[in-house]
Design a protein around this ligand. Structure first.
Ligand code: AMP
Ligand code: GLY
Length: 425
């Protein structure tokens, strides 16, 4: 079967890498892909949000299944587009339809879903222009810091946390005034939760689900969780505090009620659900849902899946996921992200990357790379994710860092302390 993976990051390279190990797949296409995905198949230079272009590629290349990496095409309704097109409707799209993708596409929808189904989350209220005057009263009822979120997708920049009440109210007003365009037509203000974050993933066919390995992501650019937020600078899986006791709470308080809630709300969710959780004194709370896998979490969790990922995906498409088995590798996988100097601010592209052939006992997932006449060059802020296995977290980290140091390009940067907070003191 020919399969198409939409997206161009490290997550998509990890999906392509894993699917390429399946005997049931004959051809892999990535759109637009990167230099890493091109080693496993064919990159198609198209925008995943241009559904007509996706349709043409699917028909031209006799693609029989589509796996959607990022959230934007899901929230824009790519699944619905396939279902409503007579040429495409028999081709499964792995990823939720537009209604189900609201779990990520609208924070107001996600919060009301959480509250309606009694799933632990920070208390909140939503505001629009018509009731913005009440936002100040609500802010005053909370203790700082204040968490302010644009309702819609805002390229990962829509969450602002501020200590000052007046600044928080100004932020609400500027979001409602269009700071993030239509994503800010509604604004969610919520209680600040203090704890350690955890990324939990399931794959579901709408009836049953399989739990995938969990991970911890390091979002800040600087060592010790300092500096600006990024897309994620590294990940560790498994996460030591997510032991059986904690994960039992995650399943009984969060995952099962989410599945039941979707069913009660008559939402059929097919694809991955990413539960962004926070551990508050041993109790899990939902910070957010995402309608996809995480990046860089995928670069740590996918190498821990021993089963055929295509078999699981086929279970989603055919609605028989319940009959499938998932086996995971007990070893640690750590992933260290190599970024362009200056990221997440401005940075240069087009730097020639050397040392990629000089690595061992790791897998290098490409993110912002492309092929040029000079070889592999940088084309984004996050460039490469170096994933290594180990019996211990430290052994995996040693592998990731040893190999990261063998790679070079002008002004490259990586965080030196991935996993620092999970190590036994
Ligand atoms: P989100 O885009 O919803 O993932 O939010 C981005 C980041 O903001 C999260 O990863 C958390 O670090 C932080 N955050 C969001 N909501 C809260 C909250 N209620 N309490 C504390 N931190 C939060
Ligand atoms: N690593 C966080 C995300 O993918 O949203």
């Amino acid at each position: 079967m020919n399969i198409l993976v939409l997206g161009s990051g490290g997550r998509e390279h990890a999906i392509v890498w894993k699917l390429s190990q399946s005997k049931k797949i004959t051809g892999i296409f990535a759109a637009p892909g990167n230099a890493g995905t091109s080693a496993f198949g064919t990159n198609l230079p198209l925008d995943p949000e241009d559904f007509e272009a996706v349709k043409k590629a699917v028909l031209d290349h006799k693609i029989k299944m589509v796996v959607v990496g990022p959230e934007a095409p899901l929230v824009a309704g790519i699944h619905d587009f396939f279902l409503s097109d007579s040429d495409l409707k028999g081709i499964p799209v792995i990823g939720p339809d537009k209604s189900a993708a609201r779990l990520e596409g609208s924070k107001d929808f996600a919060k009301s879903f959480l509250v309606r189904h009694n799933i632990p989350t920070a208390s909140y209220r939503s505001f629009s222009k018509s009731n913005s005057d009440q936002a100040l009263t609500f802010l005053k009822s909370l203790r700082p810091p204040y968490v302010i979120k644009a309702d819609g997708l805002a390229a990962g920049k829509g969450v602002i946390i501020l200590d000052d009440l007046e600044a928080a109210f100004q932020e609400v007003k500027s979001m409602l005034d269009g700071k993030f365009g239509s994503a800010g037509q509604k604004v969610v203000i919520e209680q600040f939760l203090k704890g350690v974050e955890l990324s939990v993933f399931i794959i579901t066919d709408g009836h049953s689900y399989k739990l995938l390995p969990e991970a911890k992501d390091y979002k800040r650019i600087g060592a010790g969780d300092t500096g600006l937020n990024t897309g994620g600078m590294g990940a560790v899986s498994p996460v030591p505090f997510a032991d059986k006791h904690f994960m039992d709470k995650v399943i009984s308080r969060i995952i099962d009620p989410t599945m039941k809630g979707l069913s009660e709300d008559e939402i059929t969710y097919k694809g991955f659900i990413f539960f962004g959780l926070i551990n508050v004194d041993g109790d899990p709370y939902v910070i957010e849902y995402n309608a996809r896998l995480g990046d860089p979490e995928s670069e740590a969790i996918i190498p821990r899946i021993k089963s055929d990922l295509f078999d699981l995906i086929e279970g989603v498409a055919e609605g028989n996921l319940e009959t499938k088995e998932i086996e995971t590798d007990n070893r640690f996988v750590t992933s260290v992200m190599i970024a362009s100097g200056g990221y997440p601010g401005s940075y240069e592209k087009g730097k020639v990357i050397s040392g990629l052939d000089n690595t061992d006992e790791c897998v290098i997932f490409h993110a912002g790379t492309k092929l040029s006449g000079e070889g592999v060059i940088t084309s984004g802020g996050r460039v490469l994710a170096v994933s290594s296995w180990g019996e211990t977290m430290q052994e995996a980290l040693d592998g990731s860092y040893r190999n990261a140091r063998r790679i070079s390009f002008e002004k490259m940067y990586f965080r030196p302390d991935i996993g620092f907070d999970l190590k036994k003191k």
